[in-house]
Structure formats: C-alpha cells, structure tokens
Design a protein around this ligand. Sequence first.
Ligand code: NI
Length: 160
Amino acid sequence: MALRNIRIEGDEILRKKCRKVEEIDDRILTLLDDMKETMYHANGIGLAAPQVGILKRVVVIDIGDDGPGFLELINPEIIQMDGLQTSTEGCLSVPGRYGDVPRPEKVVVSYVDRNGDGYEIIGEGLLATCLCHELDHLDGNLFVDRATKFYTKEELEKGE
Ligand code: NI
C-alpha cells in the first residue's frame, strides 16, 4: 500500500465526472488499498478516487464507531433517498473550511465490492451524509457547492 497525494479544491480533476469501473483488475485493487491508507492517514471518514487524481467511480468510507466499519464501494449509486437533514461537513480536498449542507436523512446505495459482488447499503444520519458527499465527488461536485453556511475551523470549535 502507498499514500497518494490528495488533490485540493482548484484542481480541475475534482470537477470532472468519473467513469464506471468496467473490470476490477489489479490497478483497481491497488487503488482501493491506497485510498484506504490515504483516508486513515489523513483522519478522514471518506475518500473518493478523484481526490487522489483517479477518475473512476470508487469510494472508501469509515465513519468510525457508530458505523458499519470500513466500506469499499465500486460503482456506487443512490437508488433511494428519504427525509432531510442538515449537518456540518468538511472535506480533505477543502482544508480548513466547513459548511452546513442539506442532504437526505436516509439513502440506499447499491455498489459492487472488490470481488465483483453486488450489495446494497442503507445509510442514515452521518452515514447518509457521508455516502452523499463521497458520491457527489464522482460527479465533480464538492460540498462547498451545496453549503448554506460556512465556518472556519476556529468558528467550528468555538460554536460547539
Ligand atoms: Ni470530500
């Protein structure tokens, strides 16, 4: 495994639409391993492939103790959404900025795992937010596009 460089807002690659993974080959498996290492190293709860410069529909997520553990999602798609919640988001590609973003309260996401098996995952609360945030990256969208209010790190810490 290896750490990959995280692209920062302003890098055009973050604004491009990712292609579907047609074949899960060694390059995709290495990408998944590297994204996992890169996400944990950066203390993130999710990472999408364009954030490491790869325009493929691949996402890794681990929201911590309240979540289902480490997730690898290939070709994820939201197939159902319900409700509305607004929570404060940040992004490894947008360091130092946070914002309130309205998202569905619950989503159902279909995806394929590294073995090529298809699954569906139900996400509520933080997991729903994280799934929506990461899947947005695959279409070139960042949370700053959807945020209704912004905070600096200092404001966020003071406000809590
Ligand atoms: Ni992000």
